[in-house]
Write a protein that binds this ligand. Structure first.
Ligand code: GDP
Length: 298
């Protein structure tokens, strides 16, 4: 993933200097727009989004001679416009328990995100129950138990290899018994066998609906922002196997500047409920589109 700020500085540096005293500027013309489009593609925005963003900048500013700062601002405006509609916190329903199914490939940050969400909702006065639905990975279950302890919420588990749907059913029963506000259900993320995963998730949903036809109320897809354009493919796949209602983007604290978020917002329009900014329990933040746009464009 290319840094946009350095790339834009490069685009302006390509222009012949008018005079030594003059601030470097670059005329917005076809050649400049082509370079910009190329830069956005290498920054993980995807071809379609890069083309659209560049065309909008061309429409608005064609023929103008812009400084680096002005180009960054124009770009940040376009990015902000795309991101604004998808920035929405997880909707909270009066329904008890609100059932949140958490899906995503292994390693994307599901377990960590569930721990962080549990902690946040508990701090907000909600009673939270977590279910360790990835019953095939003992390590995932243990990891979730650690997070449950940190967050101070109960984690329901089942023996290794047992049916995740029956665990989900038990978790619904338990959450109802104790009057929990929120039930967060972790799931397996083995994309190697898509058919199995699809059937497993479908069964979990079927069983949950026996208890509550309106559940699951949210299906959160957790995506690792450092995987770049790969995240686009994951949304495509998970939308086919689950009724994804929103996204959490993790690992935005790293070197990845998150250009792929723009591609995702533009292509799918799914709400981004939160972003992961580290491995600690408090490292989950609401998604702020303007702050994101400024950080991305430099
Ligand atoms: P799962 O397999 O999807 O449940 O993924 P995990 O929750 O186990 O996370 C995989 C790795 O990513 C772990 O090492 C986490 O500490 C790390 N991780 C998760 N979220 C973030 C984040 O927002 N930032 C960073 N830097 N690391 C994260």
């Amino acid at each position: 993933s290319t840094r946009l700020d350095a790339g834009i500085e490069g685009i302006v540096a390509d222009a012949p200097a008018a005079s030594a005293a003059d601030e470097a500027r670059r005329t917005v013309d076809d050649a400049m727009l082509e370079e910009l489009e190329e830069l956005l593609i290498t920054a993980d925005m995807g071809v379609e989004t890069a083309t659209r963003v560049t065309a909008n900048i061309g429409d608005a500013l064609h023929g103008r001679r812009l400084t680096t700062r002005e180009i960054k601002e124009a770009l940040a405006r376009e990015v902000g416009r795309i991101m604004e509609p998808v920035a929405r916190p997880l909707p909270i329903y009066p329904k008890k328990p609100q059932v949140v199914l958490v899906v995503g490939v292994n390693g994307s940050g599901k377990t960590t995100t569930i721990g962080k969400l549990a902690s946040q909702f508990k701090a907000a006065g909600k009673q939270v129950v977590v279910a360790a639905g990835d019953t095939f990975r003992a390590a995932a279950v243990e990891q979730l138990q650690v997070w449950g302890e940190r967050a101070g919420v109960p984690v329901l588990t089942a023996p290794e290899g047992s049916d995740p749907a029956s665990l989900a059913f038990d978790a619904m029963t338990r959450a109802e018994e104790i009057g929990a506000d929120l039930l967060l259900i972790d799931t397996a993320g083995r994309l190697q066998n898509r058919q199995d995963l699809m059937e497993e998730l479908a069964k979990i949903v079927r069983v949950i609906r026996k208890k509550d036809p309106s559940a699951p109320h949210n299906t959160l897809l957790v995506l690792d922002a450092t995987t770049g354009q790969n995240a686009v493919m994951q949304v495509d796949i998970f939308r086919k196997i689950a009724d994804v209602s929103g996204l959490v983007m993790t690992k935005l604290d790293g070197t990845a500047r998150g250009g792929v978020l723009v591609a995702l917002a533009d292509k799918f329009g799914l709400p981004i409920h939160a972003i992961g900014l580290g491995e600690q329990i408090d490292d989950l933040a609401p998604f702020d589109p303007q702050e994101f746009a400024r950080a991305l464009c430099g």
